[in-house]
Design a protein around this ligand. Structure first.
Ligand code: GLS
Length: 805
C-alpha cells in the first residue's frame, strides 16, 4: 500500500466524501463521516487484497478455512487503520478537518455475529492469521440480525432486534458470481450405471442460493489481506425456477436471518440445523471449487486445504465433503474418507453436557437425506472396525448414532485428524473424562491449543496510553512479537514507570466513568477499585457469587458506618440467552441491588454497582483498560478457557480467580503473589461430586455470613424483586447449589478483603499490575495461531506433487 501523509489524507477524504454524498462532510452525521472514511480505507487495501488472493493461488499455497458459526469482529475501522499503519495520519488529518476519529469511528455499527468468547476468538484468529502472514480464511454466516440488543426495563433484560445492516456495510463485497446452491429435503435414490458405479439422484429438493459476502482481514503492516466469507441465503433465479410463493420466500430468508442467541446451551431447532448445513455446505463447495482450479489429483486436497471446524456447529462439513468427493467427483468411499479425515480438524470449546450438540435422526433425515445416509455409514464402519479392537461397550459409547440421535462431537472426532481443547486444564479434562473413550482409540489426535487474544485490538487500539508507555520503555518490537512485553519487568522497581501505570489507568477509568455518568446517570469515583466481571450470564460462571460478595460488603458497611475501606465499583456486562430464565433472574437481581446500593447515601459511595446495557466488543474496549480487578470465578473445571481473563491481565488488572480454564496458565506466568486464587480446585470439585455428600443447606445454617446474605434475597431487603429472590435462594439452599457457590463463599470473601488491603499500597499494587502486563505476551493469539498452523494445519510443510514420485 502506498503511504499517505496528513495533507494527502485530508484531500482524499474530502474528495471521497463529496463523491459519495454530494455535500460537505462538515454537515454530515457521524455515520456518513464513517462511511466515507470506510470507503477510502477500502480503496487503500483493495490491491493488497487482490494480490494476496492471487499469490496464494499462483503458489498453490496450502490454505486454511476456519469454519465458524460465529464471528464477533467488533468495529473494524480503527483496526484496519492500525493494521494499514495510518491510524496516526488519519487521526491527525481528521482533527485538522475538525473531526474526531473516535466520534467518526462510533458511526460504525458493531456487528454482533456471535454470542461471546467463541465468536470473539474466531475474530481474534482472523486478525492473527493475516497479521502473521498466514493463508487463512474465515467461513460463516451473514446474519441479517446479529445477537439481540439488550435493554433493561425495570431491571429485566429485554431483547430487541439488532439491525446492523440497516445502513449497509462498508467493508463487505457481494460476490454473486461465486454463489453456490445448497439443497435441502426431498428424496435421494442410488442407482448403478452400466459399469456398476453408483449414481445419486435427488428428487423434490428445495434449492437455496448461497451468496458470499467477502470482507478483507487486513494484516498488521505486512501487506497480507485475507478473506472472511459470510454466506447469505437467497432464492435461486434462472429459468428452471418458478416464481416462489411467499411461504417459500420467507423460508429462504429465515435461514440467515438470526443468530441463535444461546451460548453453551443449544436448542434442537430445525432452523438451526439448516443454518449449520447451509454454511458448511456452501463453504465446502467453494473450497472444492478452488481446489479444482489447481488441477491436482484429489489425493492432494489435504496438502492444499485445511478445514477447521470451530466447535461442532460446522461438523456437517465432514459428510458434505464425503458427499461431494463420492457423489460428484466419483471417488470411492475409502479414498474420500482418507481425504476428509486428513483435511478436517476440530476444536472443542466446552464440556457442558447441555451444550453438546445432538440432532434427531428423523429431523436430519427429513432435511438432509443424503447426508444422513453418509453419517449412518460412517457410524456403521466405525463400529465394525473398532468393536474387535476395543470391545462392544467402549465402542458403543463412541458411536455417532445412538438412541435416535446423532452426536456431533463424536462425528467431529471420528471424521477429523485433530481435536484440541482450548486451555491445558480443559484439554486434560477432555482426555481424562469427557472424551476419554475417544482418547483410548485415538491418542494422537488429541492436543491442546490454549486460546489467545489479539493485542492489537485489546492493547493498541483500546489502550493507547499503555501502548505509549510500552513503546517508550521497551521499544516497539512487542507489537509484532508480544513475548517482548516481558521486557517491562525490568521496570518493576522504577517508581516513575509505576506512577505512569497508575496515571494511565486513572485516565482510562475517567473515560469509563464519563460514559457511565452520561449513559447511565450514575456517578462513580475513578479512584475507587473498578472490579469487573464481563462475560455471558451463565450459572457456571457464577456472577451470583460476585453478588453474594456485594451483599456481604453492603452488610458490613451498614454495620460499620464510617469504616475505612477503599471504594469499590462493581462492573458487570452480560447478556443472558432469552430462554435462560435463571440467568435472566440473576440479571434482575443485580439491577435491583444496583438500584438499592447506588441510591443509598449512607454507604458514602463505598460501593457502587454498574451493570452496563448491551455488553459487546465496543463496550469491552472501554471497560477492559479501566479495570483494576478481573473476576474469573467460574466453578473449577467448567470454563473451557475464558479470554476476557487474558485481555484484562494485559491491561493491568489483577485477577481474582478459581483455578479454571486458561486462568491456571495466567497463574503460572504471573506467579502466585500477583493473582488472587480462591475456592476449590478441579480435583476437589471432582472429589466432592464423587462423594455425593455436599449439603448446601448445612452451610447456610452454620455460616452466619452466608445466612445473612441469603436471607436478604427473601426477606424484602432488596426492593423491586418479585420471584427472583426466592427462586435464587432456592437454587442455593433447597436445590443444593449446583455450582458450589456456598462452598467457595468464605475463601472468595477473604480474597476480596486482601484486595482491599493491597489496593491501599499504590506502589505495590502498580508493580503487580505491571507484572501482569509484562506476563501477558504468551497469550497473544499470534502464537496460538502459529501453533495451529504448525501442528494442526501444517501450513508450512505441504507436500508438493514432486514429493510423491
Ligand atoms: C466457549 C467457552 O465457554 C469459553 O471458556 C472459551 O474461552 C471460548 C473460546 O474457546 O469458548 N465455549 C462456548 O460455547 N462459548 C464460549 O465462549
Amino acid at each position: 500500500m502506498q503511504k499517505m501523509d496528513v495533507s494527502q489524507f485530508k484531500d482524499r477524504y474530502k474528495k471521497k466524501f463529496q463523491e459519495r454524498f454530494a455535500f460537505n462532510y462538515e454537515n454530515a452525521t457521524k455515520q456518513e463521516q464513517f462511511v466515507a472514511l470506510g470507503h477510502l480505507v477500502k480503496d487503500l487495501y483493495s490491491s493488497d487484497w487482490k494480490e494476496t488472493v492471487d499469490t496464494y493461488q499462483e503458489n498453490k499455497q496450502k490454505q486454511v478455512y476456519y469454519f465458524s458459526m460465529e464471528f464477533l469482529p467488533g468495529r473494524m475501522l480503527k483496526s484496519n487503520l492500525l493494521n494499514l499503519g495510518i491510524l496516526d495520519v488519519v487521526q491527525e488529518g481528521l482533527a485538522e478537518l475538525g473531526l474526531d476519529l473516535d466520534e467518526v469511528a462510533s458511526g460504525e455499527m458493531d456487528p454482533a455475529l456471535g454470542n461471546g468468547g467463541l465468536g470473539r476468538l474466531a475474530s481474534c484468529f482472523m486478525d492473527s492469521l493475516a497479521s502473521t502472514g498466514l493463508p487463512g480464511n474465515g467461513n460463516g454466516i451473514r446474519y441479517r440480525y446479529g445477537l439481540f440488543k439488550q435493554k433493561f426495563i425495570d431491571g429485566h433484560q429485554i431483547e430487541l432486534p439488532e439491525n446492523w445492516l440497516r445502513n449497509g456495510n462498508v467493508w463487505e463485497v457481494r460476490r454473486e458470481n461465486k454463489a453456490v446452491t445448497v439443497r435441502f429435503g426431498g428424496q435421494v435414490s442410488l442407482e448403478p450405471d452400466n459399469e456398476g458405479n453408483m449414481h445419486v439422484t435427488y428428487h423434490n429438493t428445495q434449492n437455496i442460493l448461497a451468496v458470499p459476502y467477502d470482507t478483507a482481514m487486513v494484516g498488521y503492516q505486512n501487506g497480507t489481506v485475507n478473506n472472511l466469507r459470510l454466506w447469505s441465503a437467497e432464492i435461486p433465479y434462472g429459468e428452471e425456477y418458478l416464481f416462489p410463493t411467499e411461504e417459500e420466500r420467507n423460508g429462504v430468508k429465515q435461514i440467515t436471518e438470526y443468530l441463535y442467541p444461546d451460548d453453551s446451551n443449544y436448542e434442537g431447532l430445525l432452523l438451526r440445523l439448516k443454518q449449520e448445513y447451509f454454511f458448511s455446505s456452501a463453504g465446502v463447495q467453494s473450497v472444492v471449487r478452488y481446489f479444482k482450479q489447481l488441477n491436482l489429483d484429489w489425493s492432494y486436497l489435504p496438502d492444499k486445504i485445511a478445514i477447521h471446524i470451530n466447535d461442532t456447529h460446522p461438523t456437517l462439513a465432514i459428510p458434505e465433503l464425503m458427499r461431494i468427493l463420492m457423489d460428484e467427483e466419483g471417488l470411492s468411499w475409502e479414498q474420500a474418507w482418507e481425504i476428509t479425515k486428513k483435511t478436517i480438524s476440530y476444536t472443542n470449546h466446552t464440556i457442558l453436557q447441555e451444550a453438546m450438540e445432538r440432532w434427531s435422526i428423523d429431523m436430519m433425515n427429513l432435511l438432509l437425506p443424503r447426508i444422513t445416509q453418509i453419517i449412518m455409514e460412517i457410524n456403521r464402519r466405525h463400529i465394525e472396525k473398532k468393536t474387535p479392537l476395543y470391545g462392544e461397550d467402549l465402542t458403543n459409547r463412541t458411536a455417532i448414532v445412538a438412541n435416535g440421535e446423532i452426536k456431533m462431537a463424536n462425528l467431529a472426532i471420528i471424521g477429523s485428524h485433530s481435536i484440541n481443547g482450548v486451555a491445558k486444564l480443559h484439554t486434560n479434562i477432555l482426555i481424562n473424562h469427557t472424551l476419554h473413550d475417544f482418547y483410548l482409540m485415538y491418542p494422537n489426535k488429541f492436543n491442546n491449543k490454549t486460546n489467545g487474544v489479539t493485542m492489537r485490538r485489546w492493547l493498541q487500539i483500546s489502550n493507547p496510553g499503555l501502548t505509549d508507555l510500552l513503546d517508550e520503555t521497551i521499544g516497539t518490537e512487542w507489537k509484532t512479537n508480544a513475548n517482548d512485553i516481558i521486557l517491562l519487568k525490568a521496570y518493576a522497581e522504577d517508581k516513575e514507570v509505576l506512577a505512569r501505570i497508575d496515571a494511565v489507568k486513572l485516565e482510562n477509568k475517567k473515560r469509563f466513568a464519563k460514559y457511565v455518568s452520561e449513559e447511565m446517570d450514575i456517578e462513580i469515583d475513578p479512584n475507587a477499585i473498578f472490579d469487573v466481571q464481563i462475560k455471558r450470564l451463565h450459572a457456571y460462571k457464577r456472577q451470583l457469587l460476585n453478588v453474594l460478595h456485594i451483599l456481604d460488603r453492603y452488610q458490613y458497611i451498614k454495620d460499620n458506618p464510617g469504616v475505612d475501606i477503599p471504594k469499590r465499583v462493581f462492573i458487570f456486562g452480560a447478556k443472558a440467552a432469552p430462554s435462560y430464565h435463571y440467568a435472566k433472574q440473576i440479571i434482575k437481581l443485580i439491577n435491583a441491588i444496583a438500584e438499592m446500593i447506588n441510591n443509598d447515601s449512607s454507604l458514602n459511595d463505598l460501593i457502587k454497582v454498574v451493570f452496563v446495557e448491551n455488553y459487546g466488543v465496543s463496550l469491552a474496549e472501554l471497560i477492559i483498560p479501566a479495570a483494576d480487578v478481573s473476576e474469573q470465578i467460574s466453578l473449577a473445571g467448567k470454563e473451557a478457557s475464558g479470554t476476557s481473563n487474558m485481555k484484562l491481565m494485559a491491561n493491568g488488572a489483577l485477577t481474582i480467580a478459581t483455578m479454571d480454564g486458561a486462568t491456571v496458565e495466567i497463574y503460572d506466568y504471573v506467579g502466585e503473589e500477583n493473582i488472587y486464587i480462591f475456592g476449590m480446585s478441579n480435583e476437589e470439585v471432582q472429589k466432592l461430586n464423587a462423594a455425593n455428600s455436599y449439603n448446601s443447606r448445612e452451610i447456610y445454617e452454620k455460616n452466619p455470613a452466608v445466612k445473612r446474605v441469603l436471607n436478604m434475597l427473601i426477606d424484602g431487603s432488596i426492593p423491586g424483586l418479585e420471584d427472583e429472590g426466592q427462586d435464587i435462594f432456592d437454587s442455593l439452599v433447597k436445590y443444593n447449589d449446583e455450582y458450589y457457590l456456598l462452598k467457595d463463599f468464605d475463601s472468595y470473601i477473604n480474597a476480596h478483603k486482601q484486595i482491599d488491603k493491597d489496593f491501599r499500597n499504590r506502589e505495590t499494587w502498580n508493580r503487580r499490575a505491571l507484572l501482569n502486563i509484562a506476563s501477558s505476551g504468551p497469550f497473544s493469539a499470534d502464537y496460538t495461531i502459529e501453533r495451529y498452523a504448525d501442528e494442526i494445519w501444517k501450513l508450512g510443510a505441504q507436500r508438493e506433487p514432486e514429493d510423491l514420485i
